[in-house]
Design a binder for this molecule. Structure first.
Ligand SMILES: N[C@@H](CCC(=O)N[C@@H](CS)C(=O)NCC(=O)O)C(=O)O
Length: 279
């Protein structure tokens, strides 16, 4: 969404930078990563999605879609993580997070777009293979989704997710195959290069970073994409990754998620058993 003047008067009066975010959400990680790289001061409004804190009347008055991140800067409202990071880089160009040439800028935008489109598959696979450890949709939350959240895609997904302890196999297979395609394209883009586009870290790297981090947590077979592994190891030493992602991820939650992945894997339920990964 482009920058708008919020209808909510309380938001119009806010000064400085405010971010409504969740500790593990990939879209929130992306915004925190840029804020960290640029050493910007911001006020945190942390909402824990599994607790339903994105479903309160107060938050739905801020974003009726029930989604984080939401960013407000001196009364201007921006939702959509890719738009927020673009806004931040244009407003605070140091250090620059876009390449010099216009062709490379187009490539960077391409990576922001395809990774934005990859969000639904990340949601499906994260919920199935990681978040079941921490996210159970209560009856009360289910009603809020059905009645108050203005977001058909999310409401439909939550309806399927809460129906049983497994998502339909064809849904998982589609998401695995789409994600493998995304990884293969990223691996080709990174052949012989340190960064996705240009000579330094750009918004293209920031766009992809949270997804690869999440898939690593899921025990996705990353070794299928050697250039991505090399890039990801380098990314791990950046401020964007350490401050934007790791510092917000409580170690006990990370351990809980990892042991959930391992336990389900030992029962034979693992992402690599689906779609092209199983072939
Ligand atoms: N395209 C949006 C997607 C935002 C989104 O899907 N946010 C997720 C967290 S990453 C969320 O708030 N989910 C709420 C829920 O699952 O209830 C963006 O990039 O900001």
């Amino acid at each position: 969404m482009p920058i708008t003047e919020p209808e909510n008067p309380a938001l119009r009066e806010l000064s400085g930078m405010h971010l409504w975010h969740d500790d593990l959400s990939s879209c929130s990680q992306r915004v925190r990563a840029v804020l960290a790289e640029k050493s910007l001061d911001w006020e945190s409004h942390l909402l824990i999605i599994p607790k339903g804190e994105n479903l309160t009347p107060e938050f739905l008055a801020i974003n009726p879609k029930g989604l984080v991140p939401v960013f407000v800067h001196d009364g201007r409202l921006i939702t959509e993580s890719m738009d927020i990071i673009d806004y931040l880089d244009k407003s605070y160009p140091e250090p620059p997070m876009r390449p010099g040439g216009s062709e490379e800028v187009l490539q960077m935008k391409h990576w922001m777009e395809v990774t934005d489109k990859a969000q639904y598959d990340l949601k499906v696979l994260s919920h199935e293979f990681i978040f079941r450890a921490v996210r159970d949709i209560s009856a009360e939350q289910g009603e809020i989704f059905e009645n108050d959240v203005k977001n058909d895609v999310l409401v439909d997904f939550i309806r399927v997710y809460k129906q049983g302890d497994k998502l339909p196999e064809d849904m998982i297979t589609d998401s695995v195959n789409n994600t493998d395609r995304w990884f293969r394209e990223l691996d080709s883009a990174l052949a012989g290069r340190d960064w996705v586009v240009g000579e330094g870290m750009t918004l293209a790297d920031i766009a992809c970073m949270p997804n690869v981090h999440r898939y690593e947590l899921m025990d996705w077979p990353l070794n299928n994409y050697p250039n991505v592994v090399k890039w990801h190891n380098q990314i791990k030493s950046t401020k964007a990754y350490k401050t934007g992602i790791l510092e917000w991820e409580p170690p006990h939650v990370r351990e809980r998620l990892s042991s959930y992945v391992q336990n389900r894997s030992s029962e034979g339920y693992h992402v690599a058993r689906f779609g092209v990964l199983a072939a």
